[in-house]
Write a protein that binds this ligand. Structure first.
Ligand code: ATP
Length: 266
């Protein structure tokens, strides 16, 4: 069964083409990590899949249906997107923010009901944010806020969860917790696609990795297949050695450190 298919996707900001002929198909629920250098097009790809940006050409299909044919509210029942930059919603408590995830399920002027409350509570409990339910979102740290926005995405009950660098503000405990949660969600029938900068955590947690370079897919497949020194050199301009992590059996990337040219501190 095809869950997500991206077909010959092109996207430009103004005259600058940022996504060039992107095609890939995902047939089962898993965690797909998007990795690549700064500016390679990772966030733009995620925003196109989410429907936030419209492709210039090409198609994005969810379960064989073109996302352009989903009304926005319907699309939000299938795809939830956690952006990299969180807007400041000064007016709202964390509970209210997560409850916004239920909007796609409510009719105009319909009040949320018991089922919505249960789903919101569950989403906040599994992201460890229930303790913040009465706090204003602007009173939280960057990492705490990020977890609240992940809870809101979960409250949408999506079948595809898109996350843009969800662990960048998190400490080690929560990095592991959020990626473990992503793994749990994928085992319960959600396709998780996440942009990650930490290549070793990506290797550890993702079933497949999509490596991007200059708006194109450089390689796609399981970490063992795509994490190769030549791919990493090409995507990040860094020389690395790959070792097999003896504990996890996943590839572990070790940069080869070169001596920097000496310079005088003025
Ligand atoms: N709103 C925008 N308007 C114009 N250009 C943009 C806009 N957003 C991104 N770009 C440009 O598009 C290119 C791809 O950006 P994108 O944010 O998708 O890259 P990325 O791989 O997610 O980068 P990073 O790892 O730094 O977050 C970059 O050159 C960027 O400067």
């Amino acid at each position: 069964m095809t869950i997500l298919q991206v077909e010959k996707l092109h996207f430009s900001y103004g005259k600058t083409e940022v996504l060039k002929d992107i095609s890939f198909t995902i047939n089962k629920n898993m965690i797909v990590g998007i990795v690549g250098g700064n500016g390679s097009g990772k966030s733009t790809l995620l925003k196109n899949i989410s429907g936030y940006l419209k492709p210039e050409s090409g198609k994005i299909l969810i379960g064989n249906k073109d996302i352009r044919h989903f009304p926005t509210k319907e699309r939000a029942k299938f795809i939830a997107y956690v952006p990299q930059e969180m807007p400041y919603d000064f007016e709202f408590s964390c509970y209210d923010i997560v409850m916004m995830g239920r909007i796609p399920y409510l009719k105009r002027f319909q009040q949320e009901g018991k089922e919505d409350e249960t789903i919101v509570k569950k989403s906040m409990k599994i992201t460890n944010t229930w303790i913040f339910k009465d706090k204003n979102i602007n009173e939280l740290s960057g990492g705490e806020r990020q977890r609240v926005y992940i809870a809101r995405a979960l409250a949408q009950k999506p079948s595809i969860l898109l996350m843009d660098e969800p662990i960048s503000h998190l400490d080690m405990k929560y990095q592991i917790e959020i990626l473990s949660l992503a793994r749990e969600l994928s085992s319960k029938g959600i396709l998780v696609i996440t942009v990650l900068h930490d290549i070793n955590l990506a290797s550890l947690f993702c079933d497949e990795l999509l490596i991007m370079k200059n708006g194109k897919i450089m390689d796609y497949g399981p970490p063992k297949k795509v994490l190769k020194p030549y791919n990493i050199k090409s995507a990040f301009s860094v020389d690395v050695e790959l070792i097999d992590n003896p504990i996890t059996n996943s590839p572990y990337v070790v940069p080869i450190l070169r001596k920097r040219k000496q310079f005088k501190v003025i």
